[in-house]
Design a protein around this ligand. Structure first.
Ligand SMILES: Cc1cc2nc3c(=O)[nH]c(=O)nc-3n(C[C@H](O)[C@H](O)[C@H](O)COP(=O)(O)OP(=O)(O)OC[C@H]3O[C@@H](n4cnc5c(N)ncnc54)[C@H](O)[C@@H]3O)c2cc1C
Length: 371
């Protein structure tokens, strides 16, 4: 049974946010900054956020050349351009709010590895640079030399994106936690929301620990990304599991940067003198359409092979870490930030872009809730 004190002080809020990933915490922060006098509670089912925000690769990216060209085949130039601008702005804003040191941000540049079958993209480099010139004020993509990185012989060209960087996603999360603390936003972890129930002037948010605990919010933001279907129906959301491996320590690690291959489906970077490699979801898309954690051995073997044949040809690395995280995708490659009704709004479907656009998605959602 809840105590008198718990019932009196801990259950009622102006805004309840479900999900303490980048989007949930950013929503809470922007809302509280807009309305300092209002109370905000964030409920998270994991001990840490347990979707994608601390399980990603930390690419502070807005799209490689092959990824942008792939997007342009599926959707209009205007939509692709809008998303690029949002990603660019999001990165600029988190760097200016939290600072590069706190985020462990390194402006190391991004690179697209081009194989013979990708070479058609090189003819469109000038066109994409032209499209991005107004946003970046200069040429984004330029040719670099694959030989200077020692990549496997299948890599015929390398395209550099000088505006891309990398950060430590868990440090970014700690920055968000700190900001929440400064703003007196309450975060409860181990608090899985099991169901929602609406009344005319508030939303009941059910959680369970020994008994049904019912939080009440005048407003509710659902920021559970890949898991949103469990609470809100009718959204175009498909979960997508992504896996990552980190190698043993490699003395004299030879380069720095974030690298993409195969339209961004495979990616790797340096981290603390180790190789981080991830992706390969497209190899077994139907199995990976899940919110379950786990390692797909087909994908793991493929990534091990890419590391051995392309990244460090002939080298058998030991892999000391492997994990998976849950992303959310849909027909359109853009977040869903919308009101479900007068009291409830969602901010979900961040795809593989949440490092860059999580902060901006939270800002937009907080604005919706406040209007
Ligand atoms: C392997 C991998 C690599 C990636 N690499 C990159 C990258 O390099 N760059 C990039 O920009 N993006 C990358 N991403 C994507 C990025 O991590 C996500 O877009 C971003 O973290 C999404 O943030 P979010 O807050 O929307 O979702 P999440 O971080 O998933 O947060 C949702 C939260 O809701 C919680 N939750 C769910 N259901 C409930 C419930 N019922 N009750 C309470 N809490 C609940 C979950 O536990 C979770 O913590 C990657 C993702 C993965 C998985």
């Amino acid at each position: 049974m809840l105590s008198y004190w718990e019932k009196k002080n801990l259950l009622n809020y102006d805004l309840v946010v479900i999900g303490a990933g980048f989007v949930g915490l950013s929503t809470a922060i922007h809302y509280k900054e807009n309305f300092p006098g209002r109370s905000v509670l964030v409920l998270e089912r994991g001990v840490f956020p347990s979707g994608a925000s601390t399980r990603n690769a930390g690419f502070a990216c807005f799209g490689s050349l092959t990824e942008i060209l792939d997007d342009l085949e599926k959707t209009s130039e205007e939509t692709v351009f809008d998303l690029l601008v949002k990603r660019r702005l999001g990165l600029k804003n988190i760097r200016s709010v939290f600072g590069d040191e706190a985020l462990d941000y390194a402006p190391s540049g991004g690179f697209d590895l081009i194989r013979p079958q990708d070479e058609a993209c090189l003819g469109k480099l000038g066109y994409v640079n032209g499209m991005l010139r107004t946003v970046f004020g200069g040429e984004v993509f330029e040719m670099a030399k694959p030989k200077s990185f020692g990549f496997g012989k299948e890599i015929s060209h390398l395209v550099k994106n000088r505006y891309e960087g990398q950060l430590d996603p868990a440090k970014y999360l700690k920055c968000l936690w700190q900001k929440c603390q400064d703003l007196q936003i309450n975060i409860l972890t181990g608090a899985e929301v099991t169901s929602l129930e609406e009344e005319s002037c508030k939303v009941h948010v059910h959680s369970f620990y020994d008994e049904d605990i019912i939080f009440q919010g005048r407003l509710l933001a659902v920021c559970t990304n890949a898991f949103v279907n469990q609470l809100i129906g009718g959204l175009d959301i498909k979960p997508g599991r992504g896996m990552i491996m980190v190698s043993e320590f490699i003395p004299d690690f030879p380069w720095q940067g974030t690298f993409h291959m195969d339209k961004g489906y495979v990616y790797f970077r340096n981290v603390d003198n180790r190789l981080l490699i991830g992706g390969g979801r497209n190899l077994d898309e139907s199995t990976e359409m899940t919110t379950d954690r786990g390692i797909n051995s087909v994908i793991k073997n493929y990534l091990v092979e890419q590391a051995k044949n392309i990244v460090f040809p002939g080298k058998n690395l030991l892999w000391e870490n492997e994990w998976s995280g849950s992303m959310a995708f849909g027909e359109m490659k853009r977040p869903i930030i919308q009101q479900v009704n007068a009291r409830v709004a969602v901010g979900v479907r961040l795809g593989g872009m949440g490092v860059a656009i999580g902060w901006e998605a939270g800002k937009e959602l907080a604005h919706l809730l406040g209007s």
